[in-house]
Design a protein around this ligand. Structure first.
Ligand SMILES: [Zn+2]
Length: 349
C-alpha cells in the first residue's frame, strides 16, 4: 500500500514512531486567518489525528490576499472561516478529524475548548492563530496552569514573531513580555497591513515547533524567540533559555489574571473593519430559525446553519450578523455603545 506520509517518515526526525504520534495527537487551533490557515493546512497534510479549529469570523474579500484556505465563493457567501477551512481541509486529508467551531474563545470557555474539563479529550497542544494580544495572554494562562504547550505567532506589516512555550520547562509569554501592549500602542493589521509571505513564514516556524512538540522532540523547542523582518532580509533569534523568571506573574507566581477575569459581556472592535462584536454573558444558545423570523421585520434576512444576517432597513446603513453562540457583529459602526444598544433592541439583552 502506498503510504501518503512516505516522504515525511523518511525523515529521521519523524520516522514511523513520530508519524504514529502525530496521528494520535489532538491540536486546538485558535484563529483561522493569515497564520491559522497556513498552520491548519500544514498540520492536516502532516497527518495530525484531530484538529479543532476555533474562529468567530466570516470570510471577507480582503482576507483572500493571505488566508490560503479560502476562495472568492467563501467570501461572497460570507461563510464562517472555521467551516470553510474544515471543508477545504477535509478534501486534503480525509483521515484527519476536523472540528470547526464558530465561536468566540474567551476566559469562560477556553478550558472547555481545550478539552480540559472532565471527559473532554484533552488537547496536546494549542496553536496561536489569533490577532489579539489579549487572547494570547489567555492562551498563556491556560497553558501554564495545565502544563499544556502552546506556540505563539504574530505578524503585522513586514514583521513577524514566533516562540514555543512548554511549561513548566521553558520561559512563558509573560516571562518575556510581562504585559500586553496598551490599546493603540502597536500597529495592527488595520493600520499597517500584513504581508502574506511573512504570515506564511511565521506559520511555518510555528508548524515546525508544533510538530517537534507532537513527536516528542523537545531538545530545541522553546529555546528562543524568533523575530523577523523579511523586507529587510532580517531573521533574528534571541535565546530565551535564561529568560524564565521567578517573579513572572503567570509561571512564577501562578496568578492567572487573564483566565480568572471571566468578564460578563464584552464588546470588541474588529481589526480591519468598521465593525463591533458584542458577546453576551455566559453560555448562550440562540435558536437561529426563530431569530431569523423575528428579524424579518427589521430588514432582509439571510439564514445559514451557522448564522443569521440582516441588513437593517431605513436610515441606518448597518448589517447585523448573529451566530449560534449569541454573538452579534454589527457592521457599519465602530461605536461600542451603539452596538450594545442594537444588541438590546434586536436580539434582546
Ligand atoms: Zn513566565
Amino acid at each position: 500500500m502506498t503510504d501518503r506520509y512516505h516522504r515525511q517518515t523518511l525523515l529521521p526526525q519523524i520516522g514511523k514512531i513520530g508519524q504514529a504520534r502525530l496521528s494520535a495527537a489532538r491540536v486546538l487551533l485558535v484563529g483561522c486567518g493569515a497564520l491559522g490557515t497556513v498552520l491548519a493546512e500544514q498540520l492536516v497534510r502532516a497527518g495530525v489525528g484531530n484538529l479543532r479549529i476555533v474562529d468567530r469570523d466570516v470570510v471577507e474579500l480582503t482576507n483572500l490576499q493571505r488566508q490560503v484556505l479560502f476562495d472568492e465563493n467563501d467570501a461572497k457567501e460570507g461563510r464562517p472561516k472555521a467551516v470553510a477551512a474544515a471543508k477545504r481541509l477535509g478534501g486534503i486529508n480525509s483521515s484527519v478529524t476536523i472540528e470547526p467551531l464558530v465561536v468566540d474563545l474567551h476566559a469562560g470557555n477556553i478550558e472547555e475548548l481545550a478539552g480540559l474539563e472532565a471527559g473532554g479529550g484533552r488537547a496536546d497542544l494549542i496553536l496561536d492563530g489569533t490577532d489579539s494580544a489579549e487572547t494570547r495572554y489567555l492562551l498563556n494562562d491556560v497553558s501554564v496552569k495545565h502544563g499544556l504547550p502552546w506556540v505563539y505567532g504574530a505578524c503585522v506589516g513586514m514583521e513577524g514573531r514566533m516562540m514555543a512555550i512548554r511549561p513548566p520547562t521553558t520561559a512563558c509569554l509573560r516571562c518575556i513580555f510581562p504585559s500586553p501592549p496598551g490599546p493603540g500602542e502597536l500597529p495592527t493589521c488595520d493600520t499597517a497591513g500584513v504581508f502574506s509571505p511573512v504570515a506564511a513564514v511565521v506559520a511555518s516556524l510555528q508548524a515546525v515547533a508544533a510538530i517537534k512538540l507532537l513527536v516528542g522532540d523537545y531538545e530545541s523547542v522553546g529555546q528562543e524567540l524568533f523575530v523577523l523582518d523579511l523586507w529587510k532580509n532580517r531573521l533574528r533569534t534571541t535565546p530565551t533559555l535564561d529568560a524564565k523568571r521567578g517573579d513572572c506573574v503567570a509561571c512564577g507566581l501562578r496568578k492567572f489574571e487573564f483566565l480568572d477575569s471571566r468578564t460578563a459581556s464584552a464588546t470588541t472592535s474588529l481589526c480591519g473593519r468598521n465593525a463591533v462584536q458584542v458577546r453576551p454573558a455566559g453560555r448562550v444558545m440562540v435558536d437561529l430559525m426563530l431569530l431569523a423570523e423575528k428579524l424579518g421585520s427589521a430588514g432582509p434576512v439571510e439564514r445559514t446553519p451557522h448564522l443569521v444576517r440582516c441588513q437593517l432597513q431605513g436610515a441606518e446603513d448597518l448589517q447585523l450578523t448573529v451566530f449560534g453562540d449569541g454573538r452579534l457583529i454589527v457592521q457599519g459602526t465602530g461605536d461600542s455603545d451603539r452596538a450594545r444598544s442594537i444588541y438590546a433592541r434586536y436580539i434582546g439583552a
